[in-house]
Design a protein around this ligand. Structure first.
Ligand SMILES: O=C(O)CCC(=O)C(=O)O
Ligand SMILES: [Fe+2]
Length: 287
């Protein structure tokens, strides 16, 4: 555990260079990128998903208590945002800054990357804080590798409402990406709140301990999107090719198609995965 405790997260403008952003994340584990989305983009995404969110129930139906708590009793989680939001898939999915950051993190180390999830997380009043965790725990062997292991997840937490300490802003332990033992997830009192305005993004490493905050308001909802990427050699959280209709996939850029599993991948050192007859999946699909 780090000796000095940070009391707030660093903030940086969306015009900052990738090098500046990565330098802060290497040190702190994450950074708030201010104003990555315009107010108009936030308004349109919210309008596109309002009816879908309205139609789903809070909580999860898993038998396993740990998974139910992780998902949140009064939290709504909506996957397949690529289908539900035209604005998201056309303007955010392969956003130039997001892609530049992902290129810098994954290309040399892993060769290729794709989307883990683009999932709306709406934390409702009374929902307790989520258990602290590192997103790399989704891929168990990397826990034991600690900070020396590869980057296997990066997450851009997009604020679609303001994030406040009271309404459940993501809690983060700055510097926990550099701890030796990833079996140690830290304590709630070590966390700080990623307070943001709608349109800001909290960009953080899969090595950083964090969790959704408790929503202690009377009637306020905290809505955001967990927008996460991983190397092409790992299986994503969302089964995108079964969720996204091919007619929608055809409208995406080639890079976005690869992000959601409609094109083959060539992880570092591999002759290719996600192929058809050792040929490009995108050709087989007529993209
Ligand atoms: O909703 C949040 O603020 C964080 C959610 C999260 O970390 C997760 O589900 O992995
Ligand atoms: Fe997480």
């Amino acid at each position: 555990m780090s000796a000095t405790k940070a009391t707030s997260l660093c903030r940086i403008a969306a015009s900052a260079s990738v090098e500046e952003i990565l330098a802060v994340v290497a040190e702190q584990g994450g950074v708030v990128i201010e104003g990555l989305l315009s107010q108009d983009q936030v308004r349109r995404i919210n309008a596109e998903i309002d009816p879908v969110i309205g139609a789903i129930a809070a909580g999860s139906t898993h038998d396993d208590e740990f998974i139910r708590d992780f998902h949140g009793v009064n939290t709504k989680r909506l996957t397949n945002l690529v289908t539900h939001s035209k604005t998201f898939r056309e303007e955010i999915l392969d956003h130039p800054l997001v892609m530049a950051i992902a290129d810098a993190i994954f290309l040399e180390e892993s060769g290729t990357y794709w989307l883990n999830t683009a999932q709306v997380i709406q934390i409702g009043p009374g929902n307790p804080a989520q258990v602290l965790h590192r997103d790399l725990e989704q891929f168990h062997p990397f826990i034991g590798m600690g900070p020396a292991g590869p980057e296997v997840m990066i997450n851009f937490m997009i604020a679609l409402t303001d994030y406040t300490e009271a309404n459940g802003a993501t809690r983060v332990i700055p510097g926990s990406n550099r701890w030796d033992d990833y079996g140690d997830r830290g304590l709630p009192e070590d966390t700080v709140a990623a307070e943001m305005s709608a349109g800001d993004v909290f960009f953080f490493s899969g090595k950083t301990a964090h969790g959704g905050g408790a929503n202690v308001t009377e009637g306020e909802y905290r809505r955001g999107v967990a927008f996460a990427f991983q190397p092409g050699y790992l299986v994503p959280e969302e089964a995108f090719p079964f969720l996204i209709d091919r007619s929608i996939a055809k409208t995406l850029s080639p890079r976005a198609q690869q992000l959601v599993g409609f094109r083959s991948h060539f992880p570092k050192g591999s002759p290719g995965v996600w192929q058809v007859d050792y040929s490009e999946l995108g050709d087989y699909l007529g993209l």
